[in-house]
Design a protein around this ligand. Structure first.
Ligand code: NAG
Ligand code: NAG
Ligand code: NAG
Ligand code: NAG
Ligand code: NAG
Length: 562
């Protein structure tokens, strides 16, 4: 049985801290350079393998052992579990736990020589997971032995534990020690089961995938600007455009309020995270994409929509004034054998209501995972996130080049899902009128979480309110003592004026709505290649701890869980 652990992100740890008012300080690294050496590279890209459109894996060599690792732009640490006897590595004497949206990795922080893309990094810090009991699935059957975080160094838990540049992430080590090249990575994710797929999965550091060089002329989505605007932790994130930011299958822009208080009106904050198989979007957005499909059923256990596999849905995003169409084979996913109550095969809506990795305190609206990223060649430039590197001290930015043409994608969809006959205009595939749109139910767990968040987020205001009352009372007493008898007639009105600042006043308005952040979860699946059917086995159990454990107990192929 194979169960998947698409992962992700630095979201949990920083958000928990954020919840309690702790802000991660920006670390300044001073690469000493004396313990790391880089070897020169040849001109080649790193192959990425694709398992069932659900896992994208590349090989690294750590301590002389070659290991397949998941590539995760949503986190910043490297953890591995050596399948056999571990090679000799240096133990730093520190242990930590890395928490992801879907699980955790616990172990000792070690260092060893790391080779990747013909770069050699001496003494790379990583988490060596020896006790796999923290995983509910058998890692050795997963097709990967760890996870390589490709996010900003600031998000690195290992860096935080080691508390010096010796704990820097792999990319920070590479970039800060090779001052001659630009600090960026880029990747292309291939699509299985698509006759029109024109490339293989590839990853690069400081070089472009041949044939896709013109990505450098795409708009630069300034990451720091967004992070500053929102006062958010460092993520690879950007704002969707005001106009056509997200266009639904009916050709109309989907507009629901952002969960992010400071987001400009009409725009969504999107995090780009290769660790998510399915993209996570606000529940109302997911409903608008799938809730008007005839025969759509919301699966409350897995918390995703299922729809007939022949349903053609054309949606697109817009960033920096560029339209990024989503391949209909991605919008409605056929890779995870799913059946409805009557035994008919159904497909999964891969723009899933955001739940487990939900936007605590509204730092972002959506997480665009593999179902989005297969449609773009993606360039992530670290800019001044890399301290001490002279080559590029601009803000970090994202560039996206569309690799999906909506018309040829439509043709491919017809070939693959409709037997080559264009029946997309048949009545069975027509969307229901919006008045008949189905809405997915908010789970009890989600409601609880929304409530908790609402309460937590109101604390500062409650305290402020109390303070106003106290100050007001004191002020009133002082005023009363001093002015008593002189201006009796106006006393009442003055008091009233003083207290109008409390509860019902405008000061409280912004926090009244918990918005629709959502509960917990995010199920993901993994497949073993297009041809091998893998059943979805046991529904994932629901965990609401802050460090949900990996997998789903039953280890259904395909689940990330909970
Ligand atoms: C490396 O690739 C670039 C294009 O990405 C090309 O211009 C250059 O000639 C290549 N260099 C070598 C040594 O192959
Ligand atoms: C690494 O170097 C070897 C030998 O020089 C070369 O064949 C290979 O293509 C290089 N790989 C990368 C990813 O640069
Ligand atoms: C990783 O290495 C193994 C063993 O050499 C190889 O079979 C596999 O294709 C490699 N995977 C990738 C993604 O390069
Ligand atoms: C980039 O190159 C691709 C493939 O050659 C082409 O389809 C696309 O139009 C180009 N984009 C830009 C912005 O030049
Ligand atoms: C997909 O939708 C967009 C936006 O409505 C539209 O411009 C485009 O033509 C559509 N593509 C196809 C193939 O119908």
């Amino acid at each position: 049985m194979h169960s998947l652990i698409p992962l992700s992100l630095l979201l949990f740890l920083p958000l928990q801290s954020y919840a309690f008012g702790v802000h991660f300080e920006v670390r300044v690294t001073h690469p000493s350079g004396n313990h790391a050496r880089l070897s020169k590279r040849a001109n080649a890209t790193i192959p990425i393998s694709n398992t069932g459109n659900a896992q994208y894996v590349a090989n690294i060599t750590l301590g002389g052992v070659q290991l397949p690792v998941l590539l995760d732009t949503g986190s910043s640490d490297l953890w591995v579990h050596f399948p056999g006897t571990p090679p000799s590595t240096k133990d730093t004497g520190k242990a930590t736990t890395l928490a992801y949206a879907v699980g955790k990795a616990h172990g000792d922080i070690n260092t060893a020589v790391l080779q990747f893309d013909n770069y050699t990094v001496q003494d790379q810090a990583f988490l060596m997971v020896t006790d796999t009991s923290t995983f509910t699935t058998d890692l050795s059957t997963q097709g990967f032995s760890g996870l390589l975080g490709l996010g900003p160094n600031e998000g690195s838990v290992i860096r935080d534990q080691i508390d010096s540049s010796a704990g820097d992430s792999m990319l920070t080590r590479i970039f800060s020690e090779d001052l001659t090249s630009q600090n960026y990575i880029s990747f292309l994710l291939d699509r299985k089961g698509d006759p029109g797929d024109a490339f293989t999965g590839q990853f690069t550091i400081s070089q472009l995938v041949p044939g896709f060089e013109n990505i450098t002329s795409m708009p630069k989505l300034d990451v720091k600007e967004v992070n500053l605007l929102l006062n958010a932790n460092q993520h690879w994130q950007a704002l969707t455009d005001k106009s056509n930011g997200l266009v639904g299958p009916d050709g109309q822009q989907i507009t629901v309020p952002s969960l992010v208080l400071k987001a400009p009106k009409g725009q969504f904050v999107a995090v780009f995270d290769s660790g998510f198989t399915f993209s996570q979007v606000p529940r109302a957005v997911s409903d608008q994409i799938y809730g008007r499909v005839k025969g759509a059923i919301y699966d409350s256990t897995n918390e995703w929509w299922t729809v007939p596999c022949g349903q053609y849905l054309n949606i697109s995003f817009s960033f920096g004034g560029q339209i990024y169409p989503i391949h209909p084979l991605d919008t409605v996913d056929d890779n995870f054998n799913q059946f409805d109550a009557t035994g008919n095969k159904v497909c999964i809506g891969t723009f899933q209501p955001i739940t487990s990795a939900f936007s605590m305190f509204g730092q972002y609206d959506m997480i665009l995972g593999m179902s989005f990223l297969r449609n773009t060649y993606t360039l992530l430039d670290f800019g001044n996130w890399i301290d001490g590197s002279s080559s590029n001290q601009d803000n970090p930015y994202i560039q996206l080049a569309s690799v999906t043409s909506s018309s040829s994608a439509r043709d491919d969809f017809i070939k693959v899902r409709l037997g080559g006959v264009d029946t997309t205009s048949d009545p069975q595939w027509q969307l229901l009128p919006s008045s008949q749109m189905q809405h997915s139910p908010i789970s009890a767990a989600e409601k609880k979480k929304m409530y908790q968040e609402a309460v937590l987020s109101k604390w500062p205001y409650i305290l402020a309110g109390c303070l106003i009352i106290v100050l007001g009372s004191v002020g009133w007493c002082v005023w009363r003592c001093c002015c008593r008898g002189k201006r009796r007639g106006s006393k009442k009105n003055k008091n009233k004026g003083m207290f109008t600042q409390e509860p019902e006043s405008e000061a409280y308005l912004p926090l009244e709505e918990p918005h629709h952040r959502v509960g917990s979860h995010s199920s993901l699946a993994l497949g073993q290649g297009m041809n091998s059917p893998y059943s979805m086995a046991a529904p994932p159990s629901v965990h609401h701890s802050q460090h949900p454990s990996y997998g789903s107990g039953g280890g259904g192929p395909g689940y990330r869980g909970y």
